[in-house]
Design a protein around this ligand. Structure first.
Ligand SMILES: Nc1ncnc2c1ncn2[C@@H]1O[C@H](COP(=O)(O)OP(=O)(O)OP(=O)(O)O)[C@@H](O)[C@H]1O
Ligand SMILES: [Mg+2]
Length: 410
């Protein structure tokens, strides 16, 4: 754990991964005595793993506590590791092989000594090489491995990352800060880097807290840089905020067939218990939910929400991964999480139906919906054009904004 205000890790806990007699993966975690004795010790997860001398156990999620799953590489990071390490890898190998650039403040090692902090990050001058390396990974079937050990290592240093998500990405040091670089895919129907940058700006116009972003031209394509909100540069290195995904906060499963806990209403309730400012954070969450409905950002799954902590207190993180999906249906679009009494339907009446759970009066909720609808209607086009999205691309995207079903009577 990199403690609040610090730039290197201290040993915090021992995680053991075994199987029960019945063969079910079992995770066990014990905090270190010396860690518990520290005045500045903070829990890995205040709900699932509060500071205590007890032994925690879980058989959920393949024996991984939510905060450990949040620290593991996701689709992209895994694909890169699997390409470089010949043996079949289990979840623990993935956690140990992944670079220490992960979201949040946890680091992993096989012994009590924590790995030293990463000192060297890619710079923007490497972006073109990184993009080429990412293209090479994308161009081949998932099972093919590159055998030249040398190029493997070099490429791995470029594109290997523990940051989550499916799109090709890397962590970049730029203008004295760390940024998440997200690459366009050759198969994208529009310039995703510009579209996502435009969405971040539009969200900001809707009163949503967002990280700074920049679009950079690299080898004839564009790359989106999003400033990391969980790192802060100091002369001694990077401070790290702790981070827990919405998935972990909800105690939920990633599997969409078991999405019964995927809910903005439940997330608001968790924030009421977790956040240092529940009323601000619940209103933020409400704004994001309404914004996602108004822009058809239907990929708003629980990993696309998070809470962060710079000290012992927690807040909702800034918004990220905002992408419009111009879906086909004009009447009914569903967000990934439950928004109201009519389920996941991205509809104005549904959005305000459970306002009190966001600590909002019915009037205030209605006012926010009306306000955001006006901003999205009026500003999406100029905002997208100003971000360099072409008229032809905007035409393809326009169906995403304030789709007809948004105002249909239930
Ligand atoms: N600005 C940021 N600062 C810190 N962490 C971030 C930031 N943006 C994203 N993250 C973390 O990185 C992960 C991946 O980012 P993001 O969701 O943008 O990628 P993606 O590949 O588009 O994801 P998906 O698979 O959901 O489409 C997020 O789940 C979050 O944990
Ligand atoms: Mg994401």
């Amino acid at each position: 754990m990199t403690l609040p205000g610090q730039t290197s890790a201290v040993p915090a806990a021992r995680f053991t991964w075994t199987r029960t007699r019945a063969g079910v993966p079992l995770g066990q975690l014990v905090y270190g005595r010396r860690y518990l004795a520290r005045a500045d010790a903070v829990p890995l997860d205040p709900f699932e793993l509060p500071l205590s001398e007890r032994r925690f156990e879980t058989v959920r999620l393949g024996g991984f506590f939510g905060c450990l799953r949040d620290s593991s590489p996701d689709f992209w990071g895994r694909r890169v590791i699997e390409r470089h390490v010949p043996a079949p890898l289990d979840e623990l190998d993935l956690l140990l092989h992944a670079p220490d650039d992960r979201a949040g403040a946890l680091s992993f090692g096989l012994g009590p000594e924590p790995p030293p902090p990463l000192r060297r990050f890619n710079r923007t001058v490497s972006l073109e090489r990184i993009q080429r390396a990412a293209d090479a990974v994308l161009a081949e079937p998932t099972s093919v491995r590159d055998d030249s050990a040398q190029s493997q290592t070099r490429e791995f240093l470029l594109i290997g990352t523990s940051m989550g998500g499916a799109r090709p990405k890397a962590v970049i040091e730029h203008e004295g800060a760390l940024w998440l670089a997200k690459f366009n895919l050759p198969s994208d129907r529009w310039n995703m880097a510009r579209v996502e940058a435009a969405m971040l700006r539009l969200a900001r116009a809707c009163g949503i807290t967002t990280p700074d972003s920049q679009v950079r031209g690299v080898g004839g394509r564009d790359v989106l840089l999003v400033r990391r909100f969980d790192r802060e540069s100091t002369s001694a290195g990077y401070r790290r905020a702790r981070m827990l995904s919405g998935l972990t906060l909800l105690g939920a499963d990633e599997d969409v067939t078991r999405r019964d806990r995927w809910s903005y209403l439940e997330l608001a309730e968790v924030l009421r218990r977790l956040s240092a400012d529940p009323s601000k954070d619940s209103e933020q969450l409400f704004r994001r939910m309404v914004f996602n409905a108004l822009t058809s950002n239907t990929d708003d799954h629980p990993r696309n929400h998070a809470a962060i902590a710079w000290d012992e207190t927690w807040r909702l993180s800034p918004a990220y991964d905002l992408v419009p999906q111009p879906a086909v249906s004009l009447d009914r679009r569903d967000l990934a999480l439950t928004v109201g009494s009519l389920g996941r339907w991205a509809n104005a009446k549904n959005l305000v139906s459970e306002a009190q759970r966001f600590l909002l009066s019915a009037e205030r909720a209605q006012q926010l919906v009306d306000e955001l609808e006006t901003v999205v209607r009026r500003r999406w086009y100029p905002t997208f054009r100003a971000a360099g999205v072409t008229p032809a691309e905007a035409e393809l995207l326009q169906g995403a904004f304030v789709y007809p079903g948004f105002r249909h009577a239930p």
